[in-house]
Each structure stands twice: as C-alpha cells, then as structure tokens.
Write a protein that binds this ligand. Structure first.
Ligand SMILES: Nc1nc2c(ncn2[C@@H]2O[C@H](COP(=O)(O)OP(=O)(O)OP(=O)(O)O)[C@@H](O)[C@H]2O)c(=O)[nH]1
Ligand SMILES: [Mg+2]
Length: 637
C-alpha cells in the first residue's frame, strides 16, 4: 500500500485550555501517555497521535504540545516542522498568556495554515461564546489565521467535533509537499527503546528518503549508525520519505547518546558549527536587545544557548529586524533558510525569530560592509544565492553538490543556475579528475594575477634558474586557493602562452636564466680559466679550489655557462671552453678530410693531448654527429 501523504497538525494554546482532550476526542487516543501526565492532568512531553480516516486521501498526524509556561521549549520543538496549526482557546478563559506566546511562535516559524478551536464550549452560554469568538477574530487579525475558521467545540459533549474534523481535512488537502533537497534529514523529536526492537528515534522526514540498511550520521555529535528497521504509523516499511512521521530503529548505537534536538541525516551532509548568520526579527512585545546578549536559540527540535552579535546595529528595537551572527556555546546544526525562535535567557520569554542564512558562518567583524553584503545576498533570489555560495567559500572552488548542500537545494536545480552563471561570466569551471568545480570569475582573475606576481618575484630572486618548480608555486599559493583552482589557473596561463612549461616547472616566455652582476663576474673568471686551459682543462674541483668558491655556487655558475654554451661538457669529468672545443673540432675535421679516418692515437697527436682528452673530444664529436665510430676508428658522418 503506498504511503498516504502525512499532514502534521500541531496543537497550540494556553495550559489547560483543552488541547489534549480535543486530540483525544478526535482520535480516540490520549496524547498524554506518561503516568506523570495522567496524574497531574497536564501535558509534559510531545504527544504524537494519528487520526485514522479510511476514506481520506491523506494521513493526519497530531503533535500535541504542552501549554505550561515552563515548557515553551518543548512546544517550539513540536511546532518546528508542522504543516498546520490547531490553535486551541478555551471559550471560558479566552486569549491567555501562552495563547499569545504560542501564536507568536507559529508566526515566527512561518506556519501558513490552521484554524482555531474555541474549546470547552459546553462551559459557556451563547453570549460568552460570541464574545470569545470576537476576541479571537481580533487576536488573529493580520496573521495567517486571519480568515481561518473559528470552531466552537466541546470534548465533553462532542459538539463541533465533526465540523472541526471536516475543516482539518480541508486544510490537509491544501498542504503540498515541501521542496525537497533530496538529501535525507530528520530532526529527532523522540528517542525510545522498544523491547526486542532496540533503540528508536522518531521525527518528521524533512527531505530525501531513508531505506533499511542505510547509514546515517547523528548531528551535531557526528555519531554514525545504521538503520535496522523503519516504521511509519506503526507499520514496518522498507523505505520512508519526505513529509512522513517516521521511526527508525538503529543498530550500533547506545540510547544514552541520543536525545531530542539531534538531527539524523546523510553522513557528512550537515556542518556542525558554532556560528550562524541569520536575519533576526524582534516581536513588537519584545524588549530591546544589544550585541553579546545571551539568548536561547530554538532551531529544529533543539535549543542552543548563544550570544547574538548585531552585525549592522548598535541595538535592535522591538518590531525591528537585522542581520546577526549567533555564536553558539556548543556545536549546533541548521540548514539554509531554516526558521528559528529566540527567547531570552532568564527570565525566559519569546522575543523573536527569523531565518538562518549561513548555517556555517565565518567570524565577521561588526559593521563589515563586505560581510554584510554577502549575507544579504543569501536572502536574495536563487541565482544570487548560488553565486554567493561560491563567493563565501573563501577562494576555494566548490562542486555543484557542495553548493547544493550549503543552499539546501536539489543538485539539479543548482546545476542549472551554475550553467547560467558560467554563461554570464560570473563563474569559471575548474575541471578535475573526479568532478567539476567552480570558482567566481573575479577570484580566478585575482588568483591568476597572484600567480604571475609570485613567478615574477621568484625570477627576480633567482635569475639563474631556468624555471620555477610548480610545487614551489603551489606551496606559496596555499593560502590563496585550493589545489584544483591553482592547477587550472596554471594550465590556463600555459594555454594562453603567458607561461611556458619547463621540465617540472613554469617560466615566463623569453626568460633566460641570467646572473646577478656579482655572479656574472665570477662566471667570467670561471670561463677565463677554461679558455686559458685550452685542450687540457682542469677538473671541476681544481677550479673550485683556485677561485675559493662554494661547491653549490660553482655548480650554479657552471650550469649557466653550460646552458649559455660558453662551456661544453664532453663527459662527466671533462669540460672544454667553447672556443677550445671548436678549435679541436676543426683540427680533427681537417685531418679527417685528408685521411678519411682517425684513431684515438691520431687525435692525441693532432691535439697534443693525453689519451683521456683525445678520447673525450672524439666521443663528443660522435655524439653531436660530426663523426661516427666504426670499431677503433672514427669517420666523418
Ligand atoms: N467541560 C469541559 N472540560 C474540558 C474540555 N476540554 C478539556 N476539558 C478539561 O480541561 C482540563 C484540561 O484539559 P487538557 O486537554 O489536559 O488541557 P491541555 O490544553 O492539554 O493542557 P496542557 O497540555 O497542560 O497545556 C481537563 O480537566 C479536561 O477535562 C471540554 O471541552 N469541556
Ligand atoms: Mg495537554
């Protein structure tokens, strides 16, 4: 049987106004299941009750919340992901303190649908009922409940229950599926053990799907677990998905590690953080707040304690909104666009709420115009948000799935926008072996500039080096960009012929290894020694000793002299001055023209050198293909 789409309806309202009694009257099940709740006649924990209507195409699920003033945190957790609200107001008492507070919370959470039950109608006469109805109508003016039905009901006599049920079914039909990022996420609202079944977590699947055997990660603690079983509405399932109230039986996990407020999700898909950027709106009934105030931040099913940093104001007044950064006292998780509630630390009252814009923010300086502009972009249209996702990643390229995770959007949707941004010249594609990544075009331009500056500096400092090793370049740019971005920028510069590849490095075109004046002078002295030595040059060690050079310096000079062709290496031990070699070559070639062939003994005689040198010169002539060896003789080629 295919799963009916769940419609999750949260109760709200002042203590003792009849929320739980109403849920029981509608469903036959008492949401207050704890002995303590029954004994005290009040709700302490969230109650989850299904309303079974066989002919209805959807499945209504109630989340019954406590009305007690000390349990607003539990109410906020219960209301965090509901599709519609059932605001319960007792007809005899009318709008009371937590009626207001719960209603504020529903509005701050962005709940769009619902209705009002005017409860305990059996306790009042018609006149009072009308009065109460007028009061409620006035109370909900200008809100999502402005034109919602207000239905008098009695859980004792059953009056109005059918009408209420019909109205709830109507609302249920209007509830569409939420936008799905495709990445499984379930904020935990209940943890329990079932005999013979093990540890179970339950909550509403907010995105994606979950199957038996899947691995999940519990955030923010980053505990890994495996799904052993799935239940939806008390029945076993192989799979559950978005919008469904779902219980997951977990393997390899201790119940003591689990609590309401954690979030089960695809491993690696959330970023536990101490900093979140957000838009915060204060209720008109709030008092003024200032930066560093300590607040309670209710996000998802969790409550965190945080300091608020006002990024663009000195103080925030009632009814106003501003960009803020929350600095949490312990790690938390959220997704982009997630709603939250803010309550004062002590005494506790609900003062505002808003929307998370950057769920894993950097630290910002207050009044930093660039940072504020960046956060504001995250409130903009999707195209602006996608671009900002790349921009905020601080010189690091991102893959489309990474950007989609940050924005809590489907990868396909984000990919499309990326395509447009590339076309508009705002993003640059960075191909890698595994995937493709993207970088904002201006950051890429900055990186290219930086690369050229680093290379220029390098050749200023090392004029005799033929190239700058790519590894050196990378290590100097580590702070500037990630590896794929650097590699792709270098490739691009090579393709443009702004750089030339040389062995394992790069050089500027036309770069000739040159020497500083002082080194030049030393090189001249080295060259002079070889020139003067003619056909019987000294060994390298002798030159080093004679000029009192350091071996490394000498090698560098020698490298330049050989590269420039002022000296010629004949074999590992013998180096000739170019002029000496040319002279030796022409003497031997003359001899060959006359005699057609030459032996080592002949060469010894012609050049008047020892066998070692004669041999080296002849072999080098073979090597540069002036001559060719045939047994013991060499002939012209
Ligand atoms: N006469 C009458 N009494 C009711 C009705 N509904 C609830 N009550 C009584 O009101 C008291 C409180 O009812 P609950 O349903 O527990 O109230 P609640 O809103 O769930 O209270 P909390 O969960 O603690 O916020 C109980 O004693 C109920 O019997 C009703 O329609 N008529
Ligand atoms: Mg109750």
């Amino acid at each position: 049987m295919p799963e009916k789409q769940h419609v999750i309806i949260g109760t709200a309202g002042h203590i003792d106004h009849g929320k739980s009694a109403l849920v029981k009257a509608l469903t036959g099940t008492d949401p207050d299941s704890l002995p303590e709740e029954k004994a005290r006649g009040l709700t302490i924990e969230l109650g989850f009750v299904f309303l079974d209507l066989p002919d209805y195409e959807r499945q209504i699920v109630f989340i019954d919340v406590p009305g007690h003033e000390k349990l607003v945190k539990t109410m906020a957790a219960g209301a965090s992901h509901i599709n519609a609200a059932l605001l319960v107001v007792a007809a005899d008492e009318g709008v009371a303190v937590q009626t207001r507070e719960h209603f504020d919370i529903l509005r701050l959470l962005g709940i769009k649908r619902g209705l009002v039950a005017l409860a305990k109608s059996d306790l009042v006469d018609g006149g009072r009922l009308e009065e109460a109805e007028r009061e409620v109508r006035h109370f909900v003016q200008g809100s999502f409940l402005e034109s919602a039905p207000i239905i008098p009901v009695s859980s004792v006599t059953g009056e109005g229950l059918d009408e209420l049920k019909a109205a709830l079914m109507d609302i249920g039909r209007q509830v569409g599926l939420p936008e799905d990022s495709g990445v499984f996420r379930l904020p935990i609202d209940r943890v329990f053990t079932v005999h013979g079944f093990g540890t179970v977590i339950a909550g509403t699947v907010l995105s994606g799907e979950i199957r038996i055997g899947d691995r999940i990660e519990i955030f923010p603690e980053r505990i890994m677990a495996k799904v052993r079983g799935i239940q939806v509405h008390k029945e076993k399932r192989e799979i559950s998905g978005i919008g469904n109230r779902t219980a997951l039986n977990l393997q390899d996990i201790d119940k003591d590690l689990l609590r309401r407020g954690q979030c089960a999700a695809v491993p690696g898909s959330l970023s536990p953080t101490l900093r979140m950027d957000a838009r915060l709106r204060l209720l008109p009934s709030s008092k003024e707040i200032k930066t560093r105030d300590r607040l309670r931040l209710d996000i998802g099913t969790d409550e965190a304690i945080a300091r608020v940093v006002l990024l663009e104001e000195e103080r925030l007044r009632p009814g106003e909104s501003a960009l803020v950064q929350f600095v949490l006292e312990s790690l938390g998780v959220a997704v982009s666009g997630e709603r939250f509630i803010v309550r004062t630390f002590s005494p506790v009252s609900t003062i505002g709420g808003g929307e998370v814009l950057d769920p894993a923010a950097e630290r910002h300086k207050r009044f930093d115009a660039a940072a504020i502009e960046g956060i504001r972009h995250l409130e903009g249209p999707l195209e602006v948000r996608v671009e900002q996702a790349f921009r905020r990643s601080q010189k690091r390229s991102l893959s489309p799935p990474e950007a989609a995770l940050f924005l809590d959007k489907r990868v396909q949707v984000v990919r499309k926008v990326i395509g447009k941004l590339v076309e508009a010249g705002k993003l640059v594609r960075i191909p890698t072996e595994k995937d493709e990544r993207f970088l904002p075009a201006d950051m890429r331009a900055g990186l290219i500039k930086k690369i050229l500056a680093v290379i220029n500096d390098y050749f200023q400092a090392n004029p005799h080096r033929p190239s700058m090793p790519v590894a050196d370049l990378r290590s100097q740019l580590e702070q500037e960009a990630d590896e794929p971005s650097i590699r792709s920028a270098i490739d691009e510069l090579i393709a443009q012929r702004t750089l030339v590849p040389v062995e394992s490095g790069v050089a500027l075109p036309g770069h000739e290894a040159g020497l500083a004046p002082k080194e030049q002078e030393l090189a001249d002295r080295v060259e002079a020694i070889y020139r003067k030595a003619g056909f019987e040059p000294p060994l390298e060690e002798e030159v080093v000793r004679q000029l009192r050079l350091r071996l490394n310096d000498f090698r560098q000079l020698l490298g330049v002299l050989l590269k420039e062709g002022r000296l010629v290496r004949l074999d590992p031990r013998i180096i000739y001055h170019r002029e000496s070699f040319e002279r030796a070559k022409s003497l031997l070639v003359d001899f060959l023209r006359l005699r057609r062939e030459i032996t080592i003994a002949d060469a010894k005689e012609v050049l008047r050198v020892s066998r070692k040198f004669a041999c080296a010169v002849l072999e080098h002539l073979d090597k540069i293909q002036v001559t060719r060896r045939r047994g013991d003789i060499h002939v012209l080629k």
